[in-house]
Design a binder for this molecule. Structure first.
Ligand code: ADP
Length: 708
């Protein structure tokens, strides 16, 4: 079908023509035939690069231009929201206002009223829904990217309850779900009340194969010989594609392996020099506070190789992805986080191992869904005639197994993760708090609208509901008023803070103790809440953390006797609390990373969660009698956790571009407030470590505007 013939707004057609796009891809055509343009819900389960996102983008723009209302575009990850936002920004020139929103879960975001397209993470949208801003009624299209995240332990229940809420609130917004990998598409589309578009069409053919002893055997029967100068399957496969002018992404099963393999590739493979790679290598040397990491990365990027994993900062990952897109980097060795992330195709994708180590379970095979996500990265539109996804086998039996398990395999079905009591009680409370007054039938209706209820027996759904209602009632989050259930003001408050009700209960319990709460006690409360991810405890550190625990018992307000946790759990909490304590006492990031075996990307992601919980605990001190006396301390600690500083630096970190390190340098050089900076000359400011000329001017300018 020609794009010019579709019932799109004329501006949309003109935009496509300007991009040189004339006709729809087959899956897009099918979606149009099935009513995507007539407001029908549609689930598109089609291959990577088959045009799902682009069609959704056109529908969003068309929706706005035709005056139907606002579009909400949901992604599971912040990086994806940022990528999507930058795609939509191009429509600003035709007057479409787009915004990306994430973080800060305690706001109804009234200013979103002014935007046509709102790109948000699932969590952010869920939190917005809890505040019920007036603009919600004008949302007429909800696009859900990567909808297979319904199966994810953490984000799945958030998305599922969001969809169940939309259904229960009888929203008439159109829903578009997008994914490349859903094993039970019929079930999911029926749950969504959506037309299903299921297709294996790809714009660039994908050749899937298995490598064994110098030969790739492809699924179409073709065999390809690979020269073996390195006698290492993975090096030989990389070498083969690089010598042919292509790029490779290698998926490995651990961060350690990603770094070590990238180092080996950089050392042993000969690459042509690239001035862009040299340039990037120089930029990366200052990319984080962790110098040792910057150096390792910088060195290999010079040789056009990099690793990629969640331990890197968001900015580092962005620089590496950009370098790969521009062709400065030829090889990326990555952990599976790359497959779940941004759009980054390569001619050859190599899956070094189809096993993954899972803590407590040992090695287990990766899911078919993961393999398909990896393979989907193969083939760069506009550069490659085809893409190749290659698994590596250790023996002939494995060759056969890999064909049947992965290449000819079907992705796993998506199963609701709403059955965890933590997820269920949080979302149930939020539903009751949002809708204000509900009869039991209404609450049952909400549960019925979940995927969980479809997939599990009615008995277990009933039990989960009655257990959760009992918990919420006993603990004072909800109350019954005649036939109605409603949230108490405490319940509404907790729901708006976007934390697990159990976290609020733990805070209450901790501050009811006779003991005095120290900074460490509060770091431990944060670590003990179910909302806080814990640092994993390694066997070799057990004795050390155990000793620390014993010593810190006087400061621990939530001990073993209070809760149903194992000894190992509490040690992980203590380790997490020690990490937070070091962070708020300005231990340098490099040292924190070495001590806790973390990358700077991990530090940021743990701190992001902890900062939210610290803020929520501070806010709870307004409503919890037991915590009131600590209100001031909790307020100070909430920003100390956010910025990683002692209290005296608070004013300085409020200046843009001044983080914990520069703030400390300014402070030590005698600039202790914005007023001190206002009085200083640019030259004096430039003498402070980490402050160059440009920054000196900017902070001076800021101080002139903001000092009292
Ligand atoms: P998916 O979301 O399925 O992974 P995208 O929507 O990102 O795929 O599309 C992949 C690429 O193909 C993008 O660069 C997009 O601009 C381009 N594309 C999508 N639809 C068309 C089309 N009908 N004609 C030409 N190019 C298209």
């Amino acid at each position: 079908m020609e794009i010019s013939e579709a019932p799109f707004h004329p501006v949309v057609k003109r935009l496509c023509a300007m991009k040189g796009m004339k006709s729809f891809y087959p899956p897009q055509e099918e979606a149009i035939r099935k009513g995507i343009l007539d407001g029908k819900n549609v689930l598109m389960v089609t291959q990577t690069a088959s045009g799902k996102t682009f069609l959704a983008e056109l529908i969003a723009v068309n929706n706005v231009l035709s005056g139907r209302g606002k579009t909400v575009y949901l992604t599971p990850l912040k990086a994806l929201a940022i990528e999507k936002y930058s795609d939509f920004i191009e429509y600003e020139r035709i007057g479409i206002r787009t915004i990306a929103t994430m973080g800060d879960y305690d706001s109804s975001e009234p200013m979103l009223e002014r935007y046509d397209i709102i790109v948000a993470t699932y969590e952010k949208m869920d939190s917005i829904l809890r505040h019920r801003p007036s603009w919600l009624s004008r949302v007429s299209l909800v696009i859900i990217d990567e909808i297979h995240y319904l199966d994810d332990e953490k984000r799945g229940p958030v998305l599922e309850s969001l969809i169940a809420k939309l259904k229960s609130m009888k929203s008439d917004a159109q829903i578009l779900g997008l994914s490349a990998t859903v094993g039970n598409p019929e079930e999911i589309s029926s749950w969504l009340d959506a037309e299903l578009v299921l297709s294996s069409w790809r714009p660039i053919p994908l050749k899937e194969g298995v490598y064994y002893r110098g030969k790739i055997k492809f699924s179409d029967g073709e065999e390809k010989k690979i020269s073996e100068p390195f006698s290492s399957p993975v090096l030989d496969l990389i070498n083969d594609v690089i010598s042919d002018g292509g790029q490779a992404i290698v998926f490995v099963n651990s961060r350690r392996r990603a770094v070590s393999l990238a180092q080996t590739v950089a050392k042993r493979l000969k690459m042509n020099k690239s001035s862009e790679a040299e340039e990037l290598s120089k930029l990366i040397i200052e990319s984080s506070e962790v110098q040792s990491l910057n150096e390792v990365l910088s060195e290999m990027i010079k040789n056009r190789v990099s690793f990629h994993h969640a331990g890197l900062t968001v900015e580092q990952r962005r620089m590496i992805e950009e370098g790969f897109r521009k062709g400065a980097i030829n090889v990326i060795v990555a952990t599976p986080t790359l497959a779940a992330g941004v759009n980054l195709p390569a001619r050859r994708v190599i899956i070094e191992s189809s096993e993954r180590y899972v803590a407590g379970e040992g090695n287990s095979p990766i899911k078919v869904l993961e393999y398909k996500q990896f393979a989907g990265r193969a083939g760069r539109p506009g550069y490659d005639e085809y893409g190749e996804a290659i698994l590596i086998a250790g023996d002939p039996v494995e060759v056969r197994e890999m064909f049947s398990q992965y290449i000819n395999g079907k992705p796993e079905s998506i199963y609701s993760k709403m059955g965890s009591s933590s997820a269920f009680r949080s979302h149930l409370l939020s539903y009751i708090a949002t809708l204000e007054k509900l009869r039991l039938e209404d609450i049952r209706g909400f549960v019925k609208n979940t995927l969980y209820s479809r997939q599990m027996s009615q008995e277990s759904a009933k039990k989960l509901l009655s257990d959760s209602l009992r918990f919420l009632k006993e603990k004072g989050f909800i109350e019954e008023e005649g036939k109605y259930y409603k949230a108490t003001s405490y319940g509404k408050y907790v729901s708006d803070l976007y934390i697990d009700p159990l976290s609020a209960e733990l805070v209450k319990e901790a501050f009811s103790k006779k003991k005095r709460a120290t900074d460490f006690s509060i770091m431990h409360i944060i670590a003990a809440t179910p909302d806080m991810p814990k640092l994993s405890l390694k066997k070799k550190e057990f004795a050390k953390i155990d000793a620390a625990f014993v010593e810190l018992i006087p400061e621990i307000l939530l001990g073993l006797e209070d809760r149903d946790v194992s000894y190992e759990d509490i040690l992980s909490e203590v380790k997490t609390a020690l990490f937070l304590y070091d962070w708020i006492n300005e231990v340098p990031e490099q040292e924190i990373c070495e001590k806790y075996d973390l990358g700077p990307g991990d530090v940021y992601s743990f701190i992001e969660s902890a900062a939210w919980i610290a803020y929520a605990i501070y806010k709870l001190s307004d409503v919890l009698e037991q915590a009131k006396q600590y209100s001031k301390k909790l307020e100070a600690l909430s920003y100390r956790v956010k910025y990683g500083i002692k209290e005296e630096l608070y004013e300085l970190v409020s200046i843009p571009e001044i983080g914990r390190v520069r703030a400390r340098n300014l402070y030590s050089s005698g600039f202790r407030s914005i007023e001190d900076i206002r009085k200083a000359s640019v030259n004096e400011l430039m003498r402070v470590r980490g402050i160059g000329e440009r920054l000196a001017y900017r902070i001076k300018e800021y101080a002139l505007k903001h000092s009292d």
